[in-house]
Design a protein around this ligand. Structure first.
Ligand code: ADP
Ligand code: MG
Length: 621
């Protein structure tokens, strides 16, 4: 493990070290760097010239994990063990995905709660963070192979609308893959950087970034001024992209051939899909496509494709109009329109966007690569190589609080600019809980016991409420002098308490270095402990709520329902102490499966609410 050098006053890292830029996409991912000689951003390519790594993970029976093109083949032959679109799951609960559940051919766990989703593959459960880390690990190892040097630091891009927990999940995925994530950058910001926008500190520009990928569409409006990128508005559709283009082409062909799609098996359907994608791509540069499926000759003309895609393209334009409205901008005020994502190569898309914004679009750079290229530029700025950019003061270590099971919940990630602020809501775990202990920590490890304790205080006077009802907002504010103010406020009653600390007090460069190094050498182990603690916490809460539920509603259950519940609870209780996370998770699923039917039948709001929300440990009460 290499030592990580960090200059505390500037936050810059030791020079000469390669920092890569990563576009972690829903459909495809890739890496770019600043070329050491040309000083220009370039994407890393394999010998055969491919740069894109499909964001697909296949879990082979032999315990092996395959990522990329090879994994893609298993989408047809082994869909339940092959994960795509993991990015869509980041920071999501099952309830968030409910309406789109049928799109996923693998098993997403339905907890019926607000807790984060997990994916079940055989006997194992994976968090979206773990899934993304497999992709990042593959990218890291490809980069190391191509560059013939260790790659330990990265800038990773995320959509502008990603919330705090989705960003944190992306950081965690990086850490788990052995990458020090120096900065999470918005995709539209990265794309703008790749086009050289923001490099001139004197000018102010309004930029529209139109990003149409494989499964998602985003429009972001940015104001770039004095080197600062401000997102004015975002809009889009998280379920609209090139895959939908392929689908309408398949439907068109099947209609022409008089075939109903339900008559086709998955592999036949998949052949049509692949052919549709080929046709679509070819028609981005030609007027006519001809292909064969079996003995069937199929064709598609540009003008027919244009008609087929028109309704989908119009949807994206409606989103653009909404984004403009939200930002309070007129079309004439937009200075640049940047095209991002493979699907913007489709001529009707380009034409429609140019028409809407009433100006030519910027598509000089490869739309697949532009986000990664921008990430590489951002990485170079952070490395201190770009003298045009001033480095701001940053927090050298993450700041957060202790949550149930002694876990660290980060509010301000390391490398955040100073001044900075963040807040998050928590709730109580016990009925009538009148106080809550807030423990503030600094560091990168998953368990607070391995981090540095900065402060501790009690929020008292919370009026008696059922567990899950109080809304305690914890806010962190770091001012320009590096003083951290932590405030806890129960929003229903207004009771509040706060504390002030200086996180950097008594902390040497060497300490920071040591803490960072430790967090990398323990990343895997920490993640496992975290997953176990989270499973245990989930189990405890489920046992508590089920018990409460039974106490109130027992007579409304059938005898069989009760006895099955009772034995599932006993099983879970036993596993709580000595079981592994997958065993506990399986037992949770079992208890959920048993109680779901009658809980839904009888669910009263109190229980529904009690099952929601994060809990701060009751162990300190
Ligand atoms: P994401 O950002 O979601 O990871 P990408 O930007 O890599 O996705 O876009 C992938 C999509 O771009 C796929 O639907 C693919 O079919 C489409 N695509 C790639 N090249 C072309 C092309 N030449 N013409 C039309 N669509 C294309
Ligand atoms: Mg993308």
């Amino acid at each position: 493990m290499a030592k990580i050098g960090i200059n505390l006053s500037t936050g810059s890292l030791q020079k000469q070290e390669m920092i890569v830029g990563i576009d972690l996409g829903t459909t495809n991912s890739l890496i770019a760097i600043i070329h050491p000689e040309s000083k220009k951003p370039v994407v890393l390519k394999e010998h055969d010239g491919t740069a894109l790594v499909p964001s697909v993970i296949h879990f082979a029976d032999s315990d092996g994990v395959i990522v990329g093109d090879k994994a893609k083949d298993f989408l047809v032959s082994d869909p339940s063990q092959t994960i795509f679109s993991a990015k869509r799951l980041m920071g999501k609960s099952y309830n968030d995905l409910y309406n789109h559940a049928k799109l996923f051919t693998y098993k997403i766990i339905d907890d019926g709660t607000e807790s984060l989703v997990k994916v079940q593959v055989g006997e194992r459960f994976y968090s979206p963070i773990e899934l993304s880390s497999f992709i990042l690990r593959e990218l890291k190892s490809r980069a190391e192979h191509i560059l013939k040097t260790p790659v330990n630091k990265a800038v990773i891009t995320v959509p502008a609308y990603f919330n705090d927990s989705q960003r944190q999940a992306t950081r965690d995925a990086g850490k788990l893959a052995g990458l020090d994530v120096l900065r999470i950058v918005n995709e539209p910001t990265a794309a703008s950087l790749a086009y050289g926008l923001g490099m001139n500190r004197e000018e102010t520009k309004m930029v529209a970034v139109y990003d149409l990928g494989g499964g998602t569409f985003d429009i972001s409006l940015l104001r770039i001024s004095g080197g600062i990128f401000e997102v004015l508005s975002t809009n889009g559709d998280t379920y609209l992209g090139g895959d939908d283009f392929d689908r309408v082409i398949v439907d068109h062909w099947l209609a022409l051939l008089g075939i109903t799609s339900t008559k086709l098996n998955t592999s036949e359907l998949q052949s049509f899909r692949l052919m549709a994608e080929t046709a679509k791509k070819q028609l981005s540069t030609t007027d006519e496509f001809t292909g064969e499926i079996g003995i069937q000759r199929i064709t598609l003309r540009r003008e027919d494709l244009d008609k087929l895609l028109q309704p989908l393209v119009e949807k994206t334009i409606a989103s653009c109009a909404n984004a403009m409205l939200d930002a309070g901008l007129e079309v004439g005020e937009i200075d640049e329109v940047i095209m991002v994502g493979g699907s913007t190569r489709v001529p009707v898309v380009m034409e429609a966007v140019a028409k809407f914004f009433n100006r030519p679009v910027n598509d000089n750079l490869n739309p697949d690569e532009v986000v990664a290229l921008g990430a590489a530029i951002q990485a170079d700025i952070l490395a201190g190589n770009n003298k045009d950019f001033l480095l701001l003061d940053i927090t050298p270590l993450s700041l957060g609080i202790e949550t149930m099971g002694g876990l660290m919940d980060v509010l301000v990630p390391r490398n955040s600019k100073i001044p900075s602020s963040a807040s998050r809501q928590y709730t109580t775990q016990k009925d009538g809980q009148g106080s809550m202990r807030i423990s503030v920590f600094q560091g990168e490890r998953d368990l607070v016991k391995d981090n540095r304790r900065l402060a501790e205080f009690n929020l008292t006077g919370i009026p008696g409420m059922l567990a899950g009802f109080p809304k305690v907002e914890i806010s962190f504010l770091i001012n320009a002098d590096g003083i951290l103010v932590v405030k806890a406020r129960e929003l229903r009653s207004g009771v509040e308490q706060s504390v002030e600390v200086k996180p950097q007090y008594g902390l040497s460069d060497k300490d920071v270095e040591g803490m960072l190094t430790d967090s990398f050498s323990h990343a895997k182990q920490d993640m496992q402990v975290r997953a176990l603690v989270e499973a245990q916490t989930e189990a405890k809460i489920l046992l508590d709520t089920t018990e409460n539920f039974l106490a109130k509603n027992k007579k409304l259950l059938t005898e069989l329902e009760f006895s099955e519940t009772d034995s599932a609870m006993t099983n879970l209780e036993n596993l709580l102490q000595k079981g592994g996370k997958d065993e506990i998770q399986t037992a949770i699923e079992k208890l959920n499966d048993i109680s779901r039917p009658y809980a839904e039948r009888l669910m009263d709001q109190a229980i529904g609410a009690a099952m929601k929300g994060k809990n701060i440990g009751a162990k300190n009460q």
